[in-house]
Design a protein around this ligand. Structure first.
Ligand code: IMP
Length: 432
């Protein structure tokens, strides 16, 4: 009964997509369990990059069934655009290959407007969101006025459902200039059109996934974003609106904790973050630009430059605890080649105190000073290394020190974007 969860151990963009893509080769089913079109993974298919926002990265493997779980919020337009883009590349999307939970919530066109409104220049609520309407969709879910994918199966009930949601938004609509207010009938017509197109994929994925797990199928649960962005465990309020951690894999798929066998945390050999919020190891000025350019750190969804800094072992140790990581996959080690010295943040200094655990308060994280351990770097480019043994001694030493600080075995180290660049450590626990 091999069920594996893959989660981000930092603030997202750790390289989960590429890792899932590699693991998906051996999986029967790949499941997204939270988030929405805010996520962005680029996978390479027949030499061409494919940007995925909602559909799990496993879609490029013909034998893999992809599931959009109940914990995901689905923007139907983004989904249909993605299906079209994949089909045009020759990737067949059929109801046998793509299943969408009837319990997942729908992002409506005005959820994006609500998201953009709180992000307006000068807004005190500004978080630097992706403006994909994800937060407002989850608000409706928790407020119990949301429209779910399963509602699309009953078009005759959609008008009433939409009316309830619409009335809930009156204050917002009234504050808009009249020519910017959405039109009820236009939104309803759009929903009815989506209902027809999405209908074939709608599935009771909770029952289906549990049956597949009981039948011994290999299931990969693919997290989006990262632990630092989890609505409970992240740097609140500078977080996304879902549980990005391993517990969210259960609530977002319907697979219970007793069926999870392995939790793989993904961490980059340094740290990045997009959007607002505290980032203790963030580099400044030219140092930050240098790391960003070396790592090509620009957002897959929004193209925004990512903030960059050294590896934060306090954050990743916390992530390993919260997720119960069985092992870690370390990505982008090659980016650190050429630094005479590499740094690891081992603790935070705050108002004369030494903090070794990740504080709940964002203002504390804004104020802390990172305490660094400095290790000798390595000059050799790593992208040609094809085994752990071939890595320069200082690169191995860096990885071993991270492992010691985080307290979880590092199973693999990536030295480039291709599948062959994932090097397995000799003592790595086996995933499947
Ligand atoms: P939202 O998820 O669009 O509401 O954005 C909330 C926060 O999460 C912002 O700081 C975003 O930059 C961040 N975020 C959302 N999705 C991703 C992602 O896929 N990678 C990295 N950061 C993300």
């Amino acid at each position: 009964m091999p069920v594996v969860v893959v989660v981000g151990a930092q603030w997202g963009d750790e390289g989960k997509g590429a890792m899932v893509d590699t693991l998906a080769k051996e999986a029967d089913i790949v499941v997204r369990f939270q988030g929405g079109a805010n996520a962005g993974h680029t996978v390479i298919y027949k030499g061409k990059p494919v940007a995925l926002h909602l559909i799990p990265s496993g879609i490029t493997h013909e034998h893999t069934v992809c599931v959009i779980g109940n914990g995901v919020v689905v923007d139907p337009k983004a989904l249909l655009d993605e299906i079209e883009a994949l089909s045009s590349l020759g990737i067949s999307i059929t109801p046998e290959r793509l299943k969408i939970s009837d319990r997942a919530h729908l992002t409506l066109p005005y959820h994006r407007m609500l998201d953009a409104a709180r992000e307006m220049a000068g807004s005190r609520l500004r978080l630097g969101t992706t403006r994909r309407g994800v937060g407002p969709t989850y608000v409706d879910k928790v407020d119990r006025v949301g429209i779910r994918v399963g509602d699309l199966k009953f078009p005759e009930r959609l008008e009433t459902k939409l009316r309830i949601n619409w009335e809930h938004k009156q204050a917002f609509f009234n504050a808009l200039p009249p020519d910017e207010r959405p039109d009820f009938n236009a939104v309803l017509d759009e929903l009815l059109k989506y209902a027809e197109l999405i209908q074939p994929y709608i599935t009771d994925t909770v029952t289906w996934l549990n049956e597949q797990a009981d039948a011994g199928k290999r299931i990969l649960l693919e997290g989006a974003q990262g632990t630092g962005l989890d609505v409970d465990f992240g740097t609140y309020p500078f977080v996304t609106s879902s549980n990005t951690t391993a517990g969210g894999a259960c609530t977002g798929s319907g697979l219970p904790p007793t069926k999870i066998n392995f939790v793989l945390g993904i961490a980059k050999a340094y740290t990045t973050r997009v959007g607002e919020g505290p980032f203790p190891t963030e580099l400044q000025g030219e140092e930050q630009v240098k790391l960003r350019e070396k790592g090509r750190e620009y957002g897959a969804t929004t193209g925004r430059p990512r903030r960059c800094g050294w590896f934060d072992a306090v954050l990743v140790r916390y992530a390993a605890t919260v997720n119960g990581c069985t092992a870690l996959a370390l990505t982008k080690l090659d980016v650190l080649s050429g630094y005479p010295e590499v740094k690891i943040c081992v603790a935070y200094r705050w108002r004369g105190e030494m903090l070794t655990t990740f504080p709940a308060e964002s203002f504390i994280l804004e104020e802390v000073e990172p305490v660094y351990e400095t290790l000798p770097g390595w000059d050799e480019p790593l992208s040609e290394c094809r085994s752990w043994e071939k890595l320069p001694a200082n690169a191995q030493r860096f990885v071993m020190r991270l492992q010691e600080l985080v307290g979880v075995p590092i199973a693999t180290v990536s030295v480039g974007p291709e599948r062959s660049c994932v090097l397995t450590k000799p003592d790595a626990p086996s995933i499947w």
